[in-house]
Design a protein around this ligand. Structure first.
Ligand code: SF4
Length: 366
């Protein structure tokens, strides 16, 4: 569309037709602080896209939709970046109204986070859930090797492994190194690890030839604001895990549909009946070691001659951050984690917590 077809209606206000070419529109609105996009009919969706593109290109002035639009479209118009909607009806005056919106949305918020998945995303999540449920049945009771090989067939290129580099981590890392060696390994560096864990991590990376380690750290500004004295674990352990684990992991998960974990049923608690593959409402968790016993783990360490975490000799059966980890009586026990607190998980495997983190802006659903 030629530039002269774009009407400048006030000194800093521009009106564009909904079908304006984005490049022309961007040139025409330069210096404007108010843009009206005119919809010829409520069935013409091009004004939605134009609004989203203008917002993405950096326009931060007032964006107004005008035309014979429907009240049900207001919610979606606002999500596309409009600030105001003038609904012009042939049988009455223009009015602004929001009825609460339609049951489904079709486009994600431009450049922003949405707690509402689009219709396409809902369909994709339903398919992901069905696949995970079918795999869980197929792989019930299977060996770690069989589970990981099958997972690599289904999720290869879209899966990562989460590792604490703790007491039992070497087993999972060795399996991934053997079967799917290019899998990204995610390590949450909370800033609270034992120094022995960090040196063990570096040693294992060399020993197993791992080449795709991703170290995830808490956001610096969030740390300054929410835990300025590094003692949040004392005041509110759940908030501390949220800040140092849940949110950093959430920010890193966008490229992945599936996450390999080292969880085992014998860990007890929420892990007591985990399947080989599970859907948490958003992503798939692959648990290759779900069905092993502590003896199986010990035998595999021996057979593979895997180095042990230096603190294992001191009775640490499950190893996380130093303020929240103590020795335990039994091998494989998680009794030493958050001892004295009413919890046995940090929240990264808790879908409800992940959902809260997402609403807080940490995760963008793809
Ligand atoms: S395990 Fe403890 S120190 Fe580590 S993030 Fe959670 S509360 Fe904080």
């Amino acid at each position: 569309m030629a530039l002269d077809a774009l009407r400048r209606i006030e000194s800093h206000s521009v009106e564009l037709p909904g079908d304006a070419a984005p490049a022309d529109a961007e040139a025409a609105i330069e210096g404007a602080d108010r843009v009206v996009i005119r919809f010829p009919t409520f069935k013409d969706g091009r004004g939605f896209s134009l609004a989203a593109l203008l917002r993405r290109s950096g326009f931060d002035g007032e964006l107004r939709a005008a035309g014979p639009l429907l009240p049900d479209q207001v919610d979606d118009l606002l999500r596309m970046g409009f600030d105001a909607v003038d609904i012009e009806r042939p049988d009455g005056p223009a009015r602004n109204r929001n009825t609460g919106g339609a049951p489904y949305i079709y486009q994600p918020d431009p450049g922003a986070v949405t707690a509402r998945p689009t219709a396409l995303q809902i369909r994709a999540l339903a398919a992901r859930k069905a696949t995970a449920e079918a795999l869980a049945k197929e792989l019930d009771g299977a060996t770690p090797e069989a589970i990981l090989i099958r997972a690599a067939q289904v999720y290869g290129g879209r899966m990562a492994m989460l590792s604490s580099f703790g007491a039992e981590a070497a087993l999972g890392l060795a399996l991934v190194a053997e079967i799917a060696s290019d899998t990204p390994i995610l390590f949450l560096d909370t800033g609270m690890h034992f120094p022995q864990t960090l040196s063990y991590r570096d040693r294992l990376v060399k020993h197993l030839g791992l080449t795709n380690l991703h170290i995830l750290k808490p956001d610096e500004a969030e740390l300054r604001n929410e835990d300025p004295d590094n003692r949040l674990y004392d005041r509110d352990g759940v908030a501390c895990c949220d800040l140092r684990k849940v949110r950093p992991l959430g920010r890193a998960l966008d490229p992945f549909d599936a996450l390999i974990t080292g969880r085992k049923r014998y860990h007890g608690g929420q892990r007591g009946d985990i399947p080989a593959v599970e859907f948490d409402g958003e992503r798939v968790k692959i648990n290759p070691f779900a069905f092993l016993s502590p003896q199986d783990v010990a035998d595999r360490y021996k057979a593979l001659d895997l180095p042990r975490h230096p603190l294992a000799e001191d009775g640490y059966a499950s190893i996380g951050c130093w303020p929240c980890t103590a020795p335990a009586d039994e091998p494989g026990s998680r009794d030493g984690r958050w001892a004295g607190q009413d919890r046995d998980e940090c929240g990264i495997f808790d879908p409800a917590r992940a959902e809260r983190a997402k609403r807080a802006g940490a995760v963008r659903l793809i």
